[in-house]
Write a protein that binds this ligand. Structure first.
Ligand code: PA5
Length: 447
């Protein structure tokens, strides 16, 4: 098994008999998922993606990535939510949060259209000055406002920089196979298109062209990523809770929820995992947070946040929350602390020690401190921080999330709450079709 799950540091709160009691519910939830008989069952395409993906498109993704690598200094990736977080999470985890400063043979990659901030947009436009650029716009619906605004700007930029024929070759659209404004625009302008399958929702789409094209452009081995996910698909099937870490994790987090914990914080001791935590937060937040239910997903990078949120977690977190720590067994880029004459900084007791060992001692120290403070620690251990393990973790969290949502009694595959702000924003902006709501909303705001 390429992943280990350890719930022993939650046992003061969740006993083995609690877990045994929850086990049949978890098994039933997984069976509902795998038999495709539960709510949202038209969005289960992600279950088979690691084996049953469009092989022809996979080749086209690699070819497009090669074209972009050869012809662009910068790839602009436009998308929001599930059409953004996965790609960025994988690039930062496998390469680095400083990828854009370190990349040599691959283009810089900037993400935009994930907010409506004019400052962010202007900044990226400025960074493109004098550079060759390609654009990958990603929107399943093809109508989301944030990416649509950014795409208008970068389409203009590409059209200004290049001849019509050249511009069309530099824009890549990832969207619905047949419908939506973006698909219509791509067909009209002759842009290359990649498909977000009908049965794969945004937050479950990182292993489609949505994630794979930007990830491949960053020079990450997408075959290894898919292999990791495939291993997870094959391994995380058992009905025996002690043999299936995915099932056990889903069960234990529901036990904790039932014991009154309302917040789960995803912890990593590797700063490169910060964006991966953002991806997990969206996955769980949009999948479980509905019908007045669900754990609030949050995240920390330790030891960084031990110097900010650590105080709260230690002394006030116990009643509210638990931690899910993702750790790696092997460090692939270690540093050995040197000896210094005079020992003025008093650190010679660490001379010759690997920094990964110091980091792990910090993790163990935190584990003891936080569990003493009443904060349960769940530990998920993968082999090492590379494309294969990240592929595995992606599938692990997707399946755990779906099983967990069914245990909780929600439809994990819809996101009705995301629509409310959009409706209000459109009405306040005076979008045609929303006229009647505008006046009422302005009155509510006291405008
Ligand atoms: O998970 C989801 O479904 C959402 O987060 C979407 O990915 C997000 O709203 C972007 O939607 P779209 O790809 O249609 O632009």
């Amino acid at each position: 098994m390429s992943i280990r799950f350890d719930a022993k540091y939650a046992q003061n709160i969740v006993s083995s008999s609690d877990i045994r009691e929850m086990a049949p519910k978890a098994v039933e939830a997984m069976s509902t998922l795998m038999s495709k008989t539960g709510e949202g069952n038209d969005f289960l395409g992600w279950i088979d993606l690691p084996t049953n993906y469009d092989k022809e498109e996979f080749v086209r993704i690699k070819e497009a990535a090669d074209y972009i690598k050869k012809n662009a200094d910068i790839l602009i990736v436009i998308g929001i939510g599930g059409s953004y977080l996965g790609a960025r999470a994988v690039i930062e985890a496998v390469k680095s949060p400083n990828y854009n400063l370190l990349c040599k043979d691959t283009p810089q990659i900037f993400f935009i259209g994930n907010s409506i901030s004019p400052a962010s947009l202007n900044e990226i436009v400025e960074l493109c000055e004098g550079k060759d650029i390609c654009v990958n716009v990603i929107s399943k619906s093809g109508t989301t406002t944030e990416p649509a605004i950014a795409f208008r700007v970068f389409r203009d930029l590409v059209n200004q920089k290049y001849s019509a024929g050249e511009a069309a070759k530099r824009i890549f659209c990832t969207t619905d196979k047949a419908k939506g404004t973006l698909k219509g625009l791509a067909d009209k302008e002759g842009y290359a298109t990649f498909v977000v399958p009908d049965d794969v929702g945004g937050r479950f789409s990182v292993l489609t062209a949505v994630g794979l094209l930007p990830i491949a452009v960053a020079g990450i081995d997408v075959d290894a990523l898919m292999l990791g996910a495939r291993n997870a698909q094959n391994e995380l099937c058992s009905d025996n809770i002690d043999e299936n870490p995915c099932l056990k994790y889903a069960a234990v987090r529901n036990c904790l929820y039932n014991k009154g914990k309302k917040l789960e914080t995803f912890v990593s001791f590797e700063p490169a995992m910060a964006m991966f935590n953002e991806w997990i937060k969206q996955l769980f937040g949009e999948s479980e947070g509905k019908d007045g239910k669900g754990l609030f997903p949050s995240s920390c990078v330790f030891s960084t946040d031990l110097h900010s949120l650590g105080q709260y977690i230690q002394e006030s977190g116990g009643s509210l929350m638990f931690e899910t720590v993702v750790k790696f067994a092997e460090c692939t880029n270690d540093y050995v602390i040197g000896m210094q004459e005079g020992n003025i900084d008093g650190l010679n007791f660490l001379a010759g020690e690997k920094m990964s060992v110091v980091n792990d001692k910090a993790r163990q120290g935190t584990l003891l401190a936080h569990t003493e403070g009443g904060v349960a620690n769940l530990i998920i251990e993968a082999d090492r921080l590379d494309a294969e393990s990240i592929g595995y973790l992606i599938y692990f969290f997707e399946k755990s999330c779906a099983v967990s949502g069914y245990i909780l009694g929600v439809n994990p595959f819809n996101q009705p709450g995301v629509e409310s702000y959009k409706k209000n924003m459109f009405a306040l902006l005076g979008k045609p079709g929303y006229e009647s709501e505008k006046e009422t909303l302005e009155k509510q705001l006291g405008l």
